[in-house]
Write a protein that binds this ligand. Structure first.
Ligand SMILES: Nc1ncnc2c1ncn2[C@@H]1O[C@H](COP(=O)(O)OP(=O)(O)O)[C@@H](O)[C@H]1O
Ligand SMILES: [Mg+2]
Length: 282
């Protein structure tokens, strides 16, 4: 470790009953660093974050946080549903962090909901409120488990800018995400969790994944296409449009499978390098 080390995991093993999830995992997190973890469901990403944050204490190996403070968004956010968003902020955050949290909710576009009860929030609004609470933190280490779930593109950009800001404030961030939009612009290191250990992630070039935007004539066309391509992760946009990532070489096969649907347009999404690289067959 160096003076810059915020967190060290060494030889971490974790099993649930006889199911081995982590098998000698190692990780270093430094100040001003963001580590991205991508990977298939059930590989142990959340388990790793729970160990780091102290939510899970039954494991073997070495966890050193060197007394650094941690702020973590793990799994589905929990609120007091009968409180408003603002009341939740007031209830859960120290007084000096509240203004920052409110500012973040404003920038995430949920100002109008801040004084409504959380039980009336959509999933995206709940996620935004949770993000605001976590990112208003003054902790040294920030853990974000799928922060972009149910989050629109503009807000995703804003969250990325906050991550970059925190990096410049000597903090270290670990982001677990399926959303690979601009991941290289805020993660200094990207790993995939596989067979219980972290491997350097280079699938982008390895799999030659490209993102496509496909517009269908009717909603019916879109829905039937979605069911035909069930094994891919698909994001639905307005105007009967879907975003889907797959290996470039699979385009003919995909088009063949879509031959029953009326397609108006299909474009490679050039601006985004492989949004959702996990979009391959699960
Ligand atoms: N409390 C638990 N008891 C038993 N098995 C669990 C528990 N939590 C997670 N698992 C299993 O451990 C594996 C890793 O889970 P998780 O860490 O949530 O993966 P990820 O976040 O990468 O999707 C999965 O197979 C999951 O079913
Ligand atoms: Mg998880």
């Amino acid at each position: 470790m160096t003076n810059n080390t915020l967190l060290e995991l060494f030889d971490i093993h974790k099993s649930y009953k006889d199911k081995v999830v982590l098998a000698g995992l190692k990780l270093l997190l430094a100040k001003n660093q963001c580590v991205g973890i991508v990977g298939r469901n059930g590989t142990g990403k959340t388990t790793m974050l729970k160990i780091i944050s102290g939510l899970l204490t039954r494991f073997t190996g070495t966890l050193n946080t060197y007394q650094h403070t941690i702020s973590a968004l793990i799994d589905t956010p929990v609120f007091i549903n009968d409180f408003t968003g603002r009341e939740n902020i007031e209830y859960m955050l120290d007084i000096d962090l509240r203004a920052k949290a409110v500012e973040i909710t404003n920038n995430l576009g949920i100002t109008d909901y801040l004084d409504k009860k959380v039980k009336k929030y959509s999933q995206g609004m709940r996620q935004k409120l949770a993000i605001a609470m976590i990112l208003s933190t003054d902790a040294d280490i920030i853990l974000l488990d799928e922060p972009f779930n149910s989050i629109d593109i503009e807000s995703t950009s804003y969250i990325i800018s906050l991550i970059n800001q925190m990096k410049s404030q000597n903090k270290g961030i670990i982001v677990v995400t399926h959303n690979l939009t601009r991941i290289q612009t805020y993660c200094d290191q990207i790993y995939t969790l596989k067979n219980g250990i972290l491997e350097t992630y280079d699938k982008m070039t390895e799999l030659n994944l490209k993102q496509y935007r496909i517009q269908f004539e009717t909603e019916q066309d879109l829905l039937s296409a979605q069911s035909v391509l069930g094994e891919y992760t698909i994001n639905i946009e307005n105007n009967n449009t879907m975003l889907i990532s797959f290996n470039n070489g699979n385009l003919p096969t995909i088009l063949k499978r879509l031959s029953g649907s009326n397609i108006i347009n299909i474009n490679e999404n050039a601006n985004v390098a492989g949004d959702d690289l996990m979009g391959g067959p699960k």
